[in-house]
Design a protein around this ligand. Structure first.
Ligand code: 4AD
Ligand code: MG
Length: 465
């Protein structure tokens, strides 16, 4: 069969060119039929739907049709015809079939439908071929694209923060070490520590937990910047909302205060969700039907509702008065857990919530202190089903105040001299936030485990693929 340009199934299903010759290439989802005719459901990843290929048995060699099994990859040349069957408007009358690769019915793990998500995690190399993961991965792509589009349209510059870092200052989580030293016999210092001066970078290096500190450097020159890259946290938290490797979007804006920061976060999230509704509706309808029948309604609601804004202190008062039994007791000064965040969002307000004015002791060193000396200009955006989806703040731009916090928190000044330079030379008020990309995808797809919204999840004891 000659390799002319293939037609994508997404286009053919909308095509009005009945009678035209087409060429499709994809993976067989199922084959049924009788001794006269075979019906092949073919998917090529361009859309959740399959196109039906009708093959008259007498037109083909028996061996060819035998190789067309569930999971096999084939090319089909044929004529696009109107479909008489239910559920599709067009189908393909096959004239020629080329089998690129069969898939043995006995051993192909996706032979049957309806596997559990847990099982599919064990075959992460094949799960993109299921309807569910096809839908999730297309939505994930659309959201990545929409993020770049939003920022580009709003005058932000994409700044690439490093993945390997010599800085441990952010303090957002335990870090993975990056080294080329001999693991059996590393050079040692007399005091018993490894001599990282002999390591690749001449110092101890780690995988980054956040691109924020570098984004701040960019914002102090370009005004509006964002990072969008992988970040790594070595916490042993086995929850449905934590990954050891996740992607984060971190805009950083010169001349923004905490209110501008919240306005941007709300507008940004609403834009992304609206983008998904406008561009991914086939996939969302599938996910709505299979996993979460309130998904699309919830997405519309978040786009329409004004997010509730209140202080941490007010939130703690509400939580204490709620009469709920908490797994983690809540009191002023404690960090809020997902159960508290979700109570506020789902039960108390019934819409997304932005909390501000957190106690300084549970937040990072760089957040701007409020006049009370106890709370900082932090803001967390809390979402239904997710809890915290965004964490951000106005930054401390005053050198003396920042130094005071750094000393209080025992951060060595020599580790952040370059960061402090932004406050020494042309400091400016600024703010930013971090959106967890996979938490966004969890929300938009209605999936309930973060392992199912990234192609190859990295979690404690799991890095197979
Ligand atoms: O709240 P976090 O730790 O904030 C920062 O890292 C700041 N530097 C952001 C900034 O101001 N530029 O993380 C931000 C977001 C969280 O709200 C959450 O959505 C996500 O990142 N996140 C995780 N997502 C998946 N797995 C994890 N282990 C995550 N930890 C944080
Ligand atoms: Mg946070």
């Amino acid at each position: 069969m000659e390799h002319t340009r293939r037609n994508k199934i997404v286009d053919l299903l909308k095509s009005k060119e009945i009678g035209s010759e087409v060429l499709v290439k994809g993976w067989v989802r199922s084959k049924r039929g009788n001794k006269n005719v075979n019906f092949i459901a073919l998917n090529d990843g361009s859309v959740i739907h399959t196109i039906q290929v009708v093959a008259e048995v007498s037109n083909f060699q028996e061996e060819t049709l035998k190789l067309v099994t569930t999971g096999s990859c084939i090319a089909v040349k044929g004529i696009l015809v109107e479909s008489v069957g239910q559920g599709q408007s067009v189908e393909i009358q096959a004239r020629g079939i080329e089998v690129y690769g069969s898939a043995d019915a006995e051993s192909y793990p996706l032979q049957k439908k309806g596997h559990s998500l847990e099982f599919l995690r064990e075959i992460a190399h094949l799960r993109p071929r299921t309807n569910t993961f096809g839908a999730v991965l297309r939505v994930r792509h659309a959201m990545a694209f929409a993020i770049h589009k939003y920022f580009n349209d709003h005058g932000f510059y994409y700044l690439h923060a490093p993945i390997i870092t010599g800085s441990d200052a952010e303090g957002a989580g335990a870090m993975f070490r990056v080294t080329t030293l001999d693991d059996k016999n590393p050079p040692m210092l007399p005091d018993g520590h490894v001599d990282y001066a002999q390591d690749f970078f001449g110092k101890e290096t780690k995988l980054t937990v956040s691109g924020q500190l570098e984004a701040e450097l960019g914002a102090m020159a370009l005004g509006l910047v964002y990072t969008f890259g992988p970040t790594f946290r070595a916490e042993n938290s086995n929850t449905p909302r934590h990954l050891a490797e996740f992607w984060m979007i971190e805009p950083e804006m010169a001349f923004y205060d905490i209110h501008d920061d919240m306005d941007l976060a709300e507008d940004f999230l609403k834009y992304l969700i609206r983008y998904a509704l406008d561009n991914c509706i086939d996939d969302l309808e599938f996910l709505n039907k299979m996993y979460d029948t309130e998904l699309i309604a919830r997405l519309h609601q978040v786009v329409d509702d004004k997010f509730e804004r209140l202080s941490y202190t007010e939130a703690v008062t509400i939580l204490k008065a709620s009469g709920q039994q908490w797994e983690f007791p809540v009191d002023w000064g404690t960090d809020l857990q997902a159960e508290h965040e979700r109570y506020l969002v789902e039960k108390h307000f019934g819409k997304p919530v932005i909390l501000t004015g957190y106690p300084k002791d549970i937040k990072a060193f760089y957040m701007k202190m409020n006049e009370d000396g106890k709370t900082v200009r932090a803001m967390d955006v809390l979402f239904p089903k997710i809890g915290e989806i965004i964490g951000g703040s106005q930054r401390e731009e005053n050198l003396e105040a920042l130094l005071k916090r750094i000393h209080e928190m025992n951060i060595p000044e020599k580790d952040v001299w370059w960061y402090l330079d932004t406050r020494r030379f042309g400091t400016a008020p600024h703010a930013g936030f971090g959106l967890g990309f996979e938490r966004l995808i969890l929300f938009v797809t209605g999936m309930s485990n973060i392992r199912d919204v990234i192609p190859f999840p990295r979690t404690p004891k799991n890095a197979e693929f």
